[in-house]
Design a protein around this ligand. Structure first.
Ligand SMILES: Nc1ncnc2c1ncn2[C@@H]1O[C@H](COP(=O)(O)OP(=O)(O)O)[C@@H](O)[C@H]1O
Ligand SMILES: [Mg+2]
Length: 357
């Protein structure tokens, strides 16, 4: 898919802005603090329905204004569609697809598939398991609304279970109520885990290839889901129930559920070595990039549409060779790349200064 144009009103430092994009490589160039990341953030918001940067989305509304407006035109195999988002300081966020307001964010997923990459994402390998779970969850949600709804369901059951652990109940009452939540948690949780395992299995060959490509064949990348695993939903569910049972006393003490897909992780090895623990910073970054490029391929394979690629400020973090290879890879798909300086071939260069062209 391709983003044809973007319109912003009172969105961060953009008061009234409109731009058309090329189908190939779009370079968004400018000095620091001019609004390059803001632009990428706005596009990504139309993809996943929320901001990755702002903890409170209202922060994205221009400081002295009441409302922010984003409008974006997407072209897919079967025609064009429009996505609009209105953020308000006083009302709930509105999202419209082809002018029709949606009721749940899940309805937006799949309208614009995007793979996002920033210096923060380069930490995907280095940082906490939470980042790697988010990586799986966002990718899977773009490919499957069912997965997105499943996640929401799991979070609600988990919150209920944790709340129950905090309550002062008789042991008998606690155990009988817990067993109800445990049944639900393991049923939904095992579906999530199995989807993630399948996701990593299909991602692995692409990650291997893109990593070989980025490292000039020097490194072999492998992915493995860690935590609760199994071959079938039923097997995972039984393991989950056993683990909940085993951790019961601990959970009661901590008032928290200590096992489940909300604690699982991805183990990434390069030439047999755990990259997170032993990889160099450069290796960790390249690995993160390989995962993202593989994500791009897998989304295309699953949905039949190429996602767009958003690269915020990543060139400065890569060495010359990897930079060249990354840009080469970008030719396959519509790309938005922010930078302060750019030398090379671009299909469109958009120079941003204080939220203006
Ligand atoms: N809600 C907002 N209203 C107005 N300006 C904002 C808002 N949020 C951020 N900004 C401004 O946006 C600019 C930073 O934009 P950003 O896209 O991060 O820059 P860069 O070009 O370095 O990526 C800063 O000047 C900041 O003051
Ligand atoms: Mg920036």
């Amino acid at each position: 898919m391709k983003v044809k144009s973007l319109k912003l009103n009172n969105y961060r430092n953009y008061s009234d802005f409109r731009v058309e994009f090329s189908d190939g490589l779009n370079i968004i160039k400018g000095a620091n603090a001019q609004g390059k990341t803001n632009l990428i953030e706005a596009i990504y918001m139309c993809s996943i329905g929320k901001s990755l940067r702002a903890t409170k989305e209202r922060q994205a509304i221009m400081w002295d204004k009441e409302r922010a407006y984003i409008s974006l035109e997407v072209e897919k195999k079967f025609g064009k569609s429009s996505i609009e988002i209105i953020l308000s300081k006083t009302a709930k966020k509105t999202v419209r697809i082809n002018k029709i307001p949606i009721k749940k964010i899940g309805e937006l997923l799949g309208e614009l598939n995007a793979v996002f990459f920033s210096p923060d994402e380069l930490k995907l390998i280095k940082e906490s398991p939470e980042d790697r779970r988010r990586f799986m969850d966002i990718s899977l949600s773009q490919m499957s609304k069912a997965y997105f709804y499943l996640l929401g369901k799991y979070e609600r059951i988990l919150a209920n279970r944790n709340k129950l652990l905090k309550e002062e109940l008789s042991r008998e009452k606690l155990l009988s109520t817990l067993s109800i939540w445990d049944e639900q948690l393991s049923t939904v949780g095992s579906k999530i885990i199995l989807s993630r395992i399948h996701f990593l299995e299909s991602l692995a060959p692409y990650a291997l290839l893109s990593h070989k490509y980025l490292t000039s064949d020097a490194e072999e990348l492998k992915l493995e889901y860690t935590g609760l695993t199994g071959k079938t939903e039923e097997e995972v569910k039984q393991k989950f129930l056993q683990a909940l049972n085993k951790n019961l006393e601990k959970d009661i003490r901590l008032c928290y559920t200590s096992v489940g897909p909300h604690r699982d992780d991805i183990k990434v090895t390069v030439n047999g070595i755990d990259v997170r623990a032993f990889g160099s910073q450069g290796q960790q970054r390249t690995t993160a990039l390989s995962l993202k490029l593989a994500e791009l391929e897998i989304i295309e394979k699953q949905t039949g549409e190429k996602p767009i690629l958003l690269l915020d400020d990543v060139l400065s973090e890569l060495d010359v060779n990897r930079k060249k290879r990354l840009l080469n890879f970008c030719k396959k798909t519509q790309t938005f790349l922010t930078c302060t300086e750019f030398e090379g071939e671009a299909d469109k260069v958009i120079v941003i200064q204080k939220g203006k062209l």
